[in-house]
Design a protein around this ligand. Structure first.
Ligand code: TXA
Ligand code: MG
Length: 354
């Protein structure tokens, strides 16, 4: 199929007070079955009409994504919840009260009106109310329901800037709303409420501790933080080799001095074999490294900065053709769990303890 036939319009939009004419036009594009990429507080999304099976098919095609990997339905008003859910568990309302609009996606049994194209064939649906003025106004203008995966080509890191979306999807979608850099930089926390015990299928800014405080009980899919032989993540999307840079990546874990020494030894060995090398580190350690491309994610003290810069850095290694990447590790506590989950997946769970 020839996909690069379309002229993609890139429109700047005021992230805090989006221009009404831009939103109206983008909303109409989605109502007519077109695709519009837009900023959310987590990452950029690739939006289509969630209730139109043809739009969902177009989303899979534009991303090159397997069609058994379900999409998240984004809403902007609590009254729009009921028509898409077969059941609204009490936990859903408590979590919505605590975290919506915000970086939390909840999975519940789906109502008949949600096409199976949107849910990847499943009888459950993932729903989120994002916390971003552009996203919220666009959802309303589009009729209330936008299906939106992250707006990257399948297998690439999620986009945190409109430029990343253009890199991956230019010529494949109708429109990109450029609202500047997102606020969080990793995708929403996903909680499955369709089973016995609420289960985290993907860690994000809303942490296990925060969920526990509201729900009183929570469990985490054990495949998220380690490779389990024969283990199958419950979120179909977490089974694919996501977030993976083109180079081979190793995470090094241990005390700061030994980590730096180990990384420098690995970099030297790779360079001796003629490989282009990269190091992913922090402001505190940046001076310790010799490699072709050394990138700091920010201060180790600020997990939010680390998260926000992670995907941009992985894209940069690809852009520079880095073949061997060594990365420092972070605490798995709190929001660190989300950051380490993405790093572990990027590294194919290759971790070296020093
Ligand atoms: O922050 C986010 O959630 C972003 C922004 C754009 O909202 N969206 C996002 O969508 O990350 P996506 O499609 O890249 O990731 C959705 C994940 C996938 O791993 C998918 O398999 C899982 O959610 N998922 C969706 N519906 C599901 C369902 N019914 N059951 C289990 N997993 C589901
Ligand atoms: Mg994604």
């Amino acid at each position: 199929m020839i996909m690069n036939e379309m002229q993609t319009e890139i429109v700047k939009v005021d992230a805090s007070a989006p221009e009404a004419d831009v939103i109206t036009r983008a909303g109409e594009t989605i109502r007519k079955g077109g695709l519009v990429a837009f900023p959310t507080e987590t990452v950029y999304g690739l939006g289509g009409d969630a209730l139109n099976p043809e739009s969902s098919r177009k989303i899979y095609a534009a991303k090159g994504r397997p069609s058994d990997n379900p999409l998240i339905v984004h809403i902007a008003r609590m009254e729009d919840l009921e028509p898409v859910c077969a059941k609204i568990p009490a936990e859903m309302l408590r979590l919505a009260e605590a975290f919506w609009p915000g970086p939390l996606t909840m999975i519940v049994p789906k109502a008949g009106g949600v096409p199976t194209e949107t849910t990847g064939g499943l009888d459950t649906v993932a729903i989120r109310m994002p916390d971003h003025p552009v996203a919220l106004e666009l959802i309303r203008a589009a009729g209330g329901y936008i299906a939106a995966p992250s707006a990257n080509a399948s297998g690439r890191p999620s986009p945190t800037l409109a430029e990343h979306v253009a890199e991956d999807l230019d010529g494949r979608i109708e429109m990109i709303l450029d609202g500047g850099e997102v606020g969080i930089g990793v995708e929403s926390t996903i909680v499955d409420l369709s089973g016995e015990v609420p289960t985290i299928l993907r860690p994000g800014y809303v942490t296990e501790e925060m969920l526990l405080r509201v729900l009183g009980k929570i469990q985490t899919d054990p495949t998220l933080m380690q490779h389990i032989e024969g283990g199958r993540p419950k979120a179909p999307g977490m089974r694919y080799r996501h977030y993976a840079p083109k180079g081979t990546m190793t995470l090094v874990e241990g005390n700061a001095k030994e980590v730096a020494e180990q990384i420098n030894r690995m970099v030297e060995a790779a360079a001796a074999e003629g490989q282009k090398t990269g190091v992913l580190c922090t402001d505190e350690s940046m001076g310790a490294y010799r490699a072709d491309v050394v990138q700091s994610l920010g201060s180790r003290e600020e997990m939010r900065a680390i998260a926000l810069h992670l995907y941009r850095a992985l894209r940069e290694f690809d852009a520079q053709g880095v073949q061997v990447i060594c990365a420092e590790s972070f605490s798995r506590e709190g929001f660190g769990q989300a950051v380490m989950n993405r790093l572990l997946k990027a590294a194919g769970y290759t971790v070296l303890q020093v």
